[in-house]
Design a protein around this ligand. Structure first.
Ligand code: FMN
Length: 279
């Protein structure tokens, strides 16, 4: 084994952070290496299915397929650590995803140096961008996976990779950036951030809304013009003394519509005579 995982001090250039910082380390979806220990033997596996679940207490969920040796180890040890590998470890990450710790000592295979965790026993991998130590508080089988809910008990970061003021991963030196898993054997790393601001006039959703309203107005203008044309045609018919059926024209006459009916008539059903009032 490269180093005794239980006897190494944390690298001096790393920093302890509050447990609440854990969810910030998971922002942006970097791939993690889950380390575990059971019966004095450590193991490590890459994992991309995780999620922050609560900020107070800080809880994280990791979804591990039932067949993984890691699933069995965590079920027994009730703890795990998330290590955030930096870009140069991309090939190691992929390699570790193809080996089962059931039959092989992956630390031996990769010669990855480790150091001692703060609050659990699973070793932490040296040269990573950040580390989260978790104590398991809930285990839920979900389909072919097991959801382990871990309460964060310690967080450590490498300031070269993580900006403590912004509380975000940095886009500094390429080799200090975290890795993002795209699927298959492809990975990427973030290279710049886009800062959100208030939308400008031409980008605002209100603009779209205004355009829609204008369209509607345009339509109702057309409808009004058509209606005026019809009313004019109706007037003409009435002027000629013809009988006109307004219902046929689908003309929606308002109460204050003025029609000169002196030379014609509008056909409507006869009104019901009002019943005489009784004393
Ligand atoms: C980038 C990457 C992400 C992975 N994510 C997961 C995951 O979220 N859950 C899982 O069960 N396996 C995942 N795997 C597969 C395991 O890491 C792989 O099966 C590993 O060999 C299991 O090791 P173990 O049997 O020693 O636990 C991933 C593999 C890679 C390469």
């Amino acid at each position: 084994m490269a180093d005794d995982p239980f006897l190494q001090f944390a690298p001096e250039d790393t920093e302890v952070r509050p447990n609440a910082e854990a969810s910030r380390l998971l922002m942006g979806g970097p791939v993690v290496l889950v380390t575990t220990t059971w019966r004095g033997t450590p193991n490590v596996m890459p994992l991309s299915w995780y999620t922050p679940l609560s900020s107070d207490p800080a809880l994280i969920g990791i979804s591990v397929e039932q067949s993984r040796h890691t699933a069995e180890m965590i079920s027994h040890s009730q703890e795990f650590a998330l290590n955030f590998p930096k870009r140069p470890y991309v090939h190691h990450v992929q390699y570790l995803g193809g080996l089962s710790g059931e039959g092989i000592d992956k630390f031996e295979a990769t010669q990855w140096s480790t150091f001692t965790p703060t609050s659990i026993t699973s070793p932490l991998l040296a040269g990573c961008a950040g580390w989260i130590e978790c104590q398991v508080v809930e285990v839920t089988p979900l389909g072919d996976h097991v959801l382990f809910v871990g309460e964060v008990v310690a967080v450590r970061i490498d300031p070269a990779s993580y900006d403590e003021d912004l509380r975000q991963w940095r886009f500094g030196e390429q080799d200090d950036r975290v890795l993002h898993f795209l699927g298959g054997n492809r990975y990427s790393s973030l290279y710049h951030a886009i800062e959100a601001r208030l939308p400008r006039d031409f980008e605002a959703p209100e603009r779209i809304l205004r355009e829609r309203v204008e369209e509607e107005l345009e339509l109702s203008r057309e409808a009004r013009e058509r209606r005026e044309e019809r009313v004019e045609a109706l007037r003409e018919e009435v002027r000629r003394g013809n009988v006109v059926d307004v219902d046929d024209l689908e003309l929606d006459l308002a109460d204050d519509d003025v029609l000169d009916l002196s030379k014609g008539a509008i056909l409507r059903p006869p009104e019901e005579p009002e019943a005489p009032e009784r004393d």
